[in-house]
Design a protein around this ligand. Structure first.
Ligand code: UDP
Length: 236
């Protein structure tokens, strides 16, 4: 099947990298993600990735950690670089060319984020992993994902999660909850459906960047999404 999208940004949460563990990373999951990404690269899709850091550190828990929010946020951004390096290593191991670009300079391990260079990389078939979020505290990696997707003119942001889309209610609590195949940005707002945090969501809405929420933990799902099969929920 031919891919429906030419250039995509895949957003993976840090927590998803934990697999069944309650901290850190599960190499089995990382390998599955890497193989799924390889599959779409081989279809000729240009791929960029933003990974979260929640499996290692989140800045917003000031009350718990005693660490000032902005300071903790920088720690969270560093966590995303660790995850990005792990994903980079796995992708390269299975034969996918990659580049890691960081929003916070760390020359020994990552290129600095340079928009035009990132575009050039994906054009050449390299997977670009964007680390360190937006480089600013008080933001999330969902916002970094939306921002980078818009900057590199991706056709869509693919938000890989552990659930297979957006539901009318929490499917774990309400057995009658129904999944949306498509939904508009406006409907998400009026029904108070939390697809991403408000900053990230608004960026997508204002720049007409569609979002697909899908279950990344099912091998092969990413390819299905790319080929336009009815997987997950499309927000547009
Ligand atoms: N973060 C930040 N600015 C950004 C992106 C991330 O300060 O642009 C920090 C923030 O503390 C956040 C942490 O990095 O809690 C990890 O990112 P996030 O919570 O988005 O990861 P995920 O929920 O996807 O695992």
């Amino acid at each position: 099947m031919l891919p429906k999208y030419k250039r995509v940004l895949v957003k993976l949460s840090g927590e998803s990298l934990m697999g069944d563990k309650n901290f850190g990373m599960d190499p089995v999951i990382i390998e599955q993600y890497a193989r799924d990404i390889k599959e779409i690269v081989e279809l000729g899709v240009q791929v960029a990735i933003v990974i979260g850091g929640g499996n290692i550190y989140r800045g917003m828990n000031e009350a718990e950690t005693g660490i000032e929010r902005a300071h903790g946020d920088y720690m969270g951004m560093l966590a995303t670089v660790i995850n990005g390096m792990a994903m980079q290593a796995m992708l390269e191991k299975i034969g996918v060319y990659t580049r890691l670009q960081s929003a916070i300079k760390m020359e020994q391990i990552a290129e600095p984020y340079i928009r035009r260079r990132a575009i050039r990389h994906v054009e050449k078939g390299r997977v670009v992993i964007f680390g360190a979020g937006t480089g600013n505290p008080y933001f999330t990696t969902d916002t970094a994902g939306s921002l980078r997707a818009i900057e590199i003119q991706a056709d869509v942001i693919l938000k890989g999660t552990r659930v297979d889309g957006i539901y009318t209610a929490d499917p774990e609590k309400d057995p009658k909850a129904k999944k949306y195949e498509t939904i508009t940005f406006q409907e998400c707002i009026s029904q108070n459906l939390k697809v991403m945090d408000m900053t990230a969501f608004t960026l997508c809405m204002e720049n007409n960047l569609p979002i697909i929420v899908f279950d990344m933990n099912k091998p092969g799902n990413l390819r299905k999404v790319i080929c336009g099969e009815k997987v997950g929920t499309l927000v547009k």
